[in-house]
Design a protein around this ligand. Structure first.
Ligand code: F6P
Length: 412
């Protein structure tokens, strides 16, 4: 089990009109912050509305002139906010309140409750004044929502545009006196930060200001089989075996077939020989990252698992019991690996060019755990075989994973 972090607890409240990407952003934050080890959960008022009143409310429900609707919507928001604070009182560390929160009055209420609960409060406002992006958001996400099941597309679109107009009529952007906030305009082309300080809020700002809304895939592979893999030894800086060299040729062919000629591809490796040698036949200049080096096995570096079990049974057992938190003496734990590859992932989020990452088993497990939003304790057992290319494609609702096994197939 992951150890709970000590420290302040946060409520992050989204702000923005419908169809601006609040839920997408909230989900990305949940994934990132949980992966960093902070128990994080989103509380979505729209989902709660569908539970309480059923899906299919038409735009009149959202009209500020509709007093019944306004009362019901306020009550829902208050209730969901209560859920968020209740979770923070229990095991939660960061709750994300995903609603429009589009008036000063609503936000004043949120602040009042955050103060009463003694929680840090950060607003994240998503502004989008590019009609093409808003239209794309509506088509990609809202029309698929249960609110419009069975409604003809044009009618659904028309209703949703009316719903937005109701919110627009009452919308008030964040003001300087509203405490710490971050505003992302037009998919991060402008980022404004107001009074943000502290480590966690700083991580959120850094993450969000690099976040791209993209379905650009990332390709991951371990290095080809190394002489240490053949011997069953961990760590080290061994060269490739003959089978590993063959894989590097197959990988180069696969890349040539997959990426059209002239299309750009960046290749990132670790600083260890086995990844650089694997990249060699690609004929692309690589960017080696120290942060992509394999988990450092400390005093166990260069040993086989059997040797560790015999010579250091207590260490072997401790790792078996909690592989995520276990730190090799003078080496690293999986949690350490997550923290050191944080900046690689943020760079990947920011990147527009396709990237092939050639790295190592533990490091790739940590990367896959981020993209697939796996709980920390599952990270150290993600299956990452040798000689396999893993393609991860982010979507609005998660991440698609495809695997291609290339020859020669080997164990290790
Ligand atoms: O055996 C290859 C290897 O990359 C080692 O260098 C590394 O210590 C190990 O895999 C990580 O896997 P696990 O965490 O399962 O021991």
């Amino acid at each position: 089990m992951s150890r709970p972090h000590r420290g302040r607890k946060f409520l992050i409240a989204m702000v923005g009109l419908p169809a601006r990407g609040k839920t997408f952003t909230a989900r990305k934050m949940v994934g990132y912050l949980s992966w960093l080890g902070y128990p994080t959960r989103a509380f979505n008022v729209g989902e709660q509305r569908r539970v309480v009143y059923g899906a299919g409310q038409t735009h009149e429900f959202f009209d500020p002139a509709n007093e019944d609707g306004a009362r019901q919507r306020n009550a829902l928001a208050e209730e969901e906010l209560g859920e968020a604070f209740a979770w923070l009182r229990a095991e939660g560390r960061i709750a994300i309140f995903d609603a429009t929160n589009s008036t000063v009055e609503r936000r004043r209420r949120i602040r009042e409750r955050a103060v009463a609960e003694d929680r840090e409060l950060l607003f994240v406002e998503i502004v989008n004044d590019d009609p093409a992006i808003v239209e794309a958001n509506i088509r990609e996400t809202k029309l698929r929502s249960p609110d419009y099941t069975g409604v003809p597309e044009e009618r659904a679109l028309d209703d949703f545009r009316h719903r937005i107009a109701h919110y627009e009529a009452a919308y008030q952007t964040l003001g300087e006196s509203e405490g710490p906030w971050i505003r992302l305009r037009n998919r991060g082309s402008q980022v404004v930060i107001n009074q943000v300080d502290g480590y966690v809020a700083g991580r959120v700002v850094f993450f969000l200001s690099n976040l791209q809304v993209t379905d650009r895939p990332v390709w991951l592979t371990r290095h080809g089989q190394s002489l240490y893999n053949v011997a069953g030894r961990i760590g080290g800086d061994a060269a490739l075996s003959r089978a590993g060299q063959e894989y590097s040729q197959h990988l180069a062919r696969h890349v040539r077939e997959t990426f059209p000629p002239g299309g750009s591809l960046d290749v990132w490796t670790s600083t260890l020989r086995r990844t650089i040698q694997t990249a060699d036949p690609l004929g692309i200049e690589v960017g080696p990252w120290k942060a992509l080096d394999e988990i450092h096995a400390g005093v166990c570096d260069g040993l086989t698992y059997l040797e560790i079990e015999k010579r250091m049974p207590a260490e072997f057992e401790a790792r078996r019991r909690d592989k995520f938190e276990y730190r090799y003496p003078r080496g690293e734990s999986y949690r350490d690996v997550v923290q050191r590859i944080d900046r690689v992932l943020i760079e990947l989020e920011r990147y527009r060019t396709p990237v092939l990452v050639i790295a190592h088993r533990a490091v790739l497990r940590a990367m896959i755990a981020y993209y697939l939003q796996l709980p920390a304790e599952e990270t150290p057992t993600v299956d990452v075989p040798l000689h396999t290319v893993i393609k991860l494609t982010p979507t609005a609702y998660g991440c698609l994973e495809e695997r291609v096994a290339l020859d020669p197939q080997v164990e290790g």
